[in-house]
Design a binder for this molecule. Structure first.
Ligand code: HEM
Length: 154
């Protein structure tokens, strides 16, 4: 494989691993540990701060995924010439990005505002919405990995 597509694929896989792996870490480790060890007045500000840092990384990963993914499609000669698995990856990737934009700009700002106002039940409800949307995106992300890699065999 020539250097340019290899470099684009490397960055593409790094961004996908960061996004999907980061969601798994937040979902299976950070949030359960916070629930087990912190009361709401400490847990909710902690989760809002952890999400704020994670979301900066996710926004960067999305920009890298789109730029490198579309760059690879272009190098392959356009969407008409790529395997069906790339079409599926692109479609599901766009759904994941739309879900991320929704959670980042609807329930997450409500969580931050509720934390600032010390309205713990409102903050907890919005964090729960974020948790559900992240778990949907985690399932989709694993599905995209499966389609991208296993789909090549079909
Ligand atoms: C949304 C825009 C996206 C586009 C346009 C795109 C496009 C591409 C292209 C063209 C390839 C190279 C395929 C090949 O060389 O045969 C690729 C590989 C890959 N992509 Fe994406 N992708 C996108 C999003 C994602 C997302 C969101 C994930 C995972 C969460 C992902 C995971 C992968 C993986 C694991 C591979 C490696 C497949 C392999 O080489 O076996 N992609 N992508």
């Amino acid at each position: 494989m020539p250097l340019l597509p290899a470099l684009l694929l490397f960055l593409h896989l790094l961004a996908a691993a960061f996004w999907v792996g980061g969601m798994a870490t937040m979902h299976f480790a950070v949030r359960p540990a916070a629930v087990a060890s912190l009361e709401p007045p400490l847990r909710l500000p902690f989760m809002a701060a952890a999400l704020s840092r994670f979301f900066v990384g996710v926004s960067t990963a999305i920009a890298v995924l789109l730029a490198t993914g579309l760059g690879l499609v272009w190098l392959h000669g356009g969407f008409a010439r790529v395997h069906w698995s790339v079409h599926a990856m692109f479609t599901l990737g766009l759904v994941m990005m739309a879900l991320f934009l929704h959670l980042r700009f609807a329930p997450y700002p409500r969580l931050v505002r509720a934390v600032a106002a010390r309205e713990w039940p409102v903050a907890a409800a919005n964090l729960n919405t974020v948790r559900k949307l992240v778990s949907v995106n985690l399932v989709l992300g694993v599905l995209v990995f499966a389609i991208a890699v296993l789909g090549r065999a079909l």
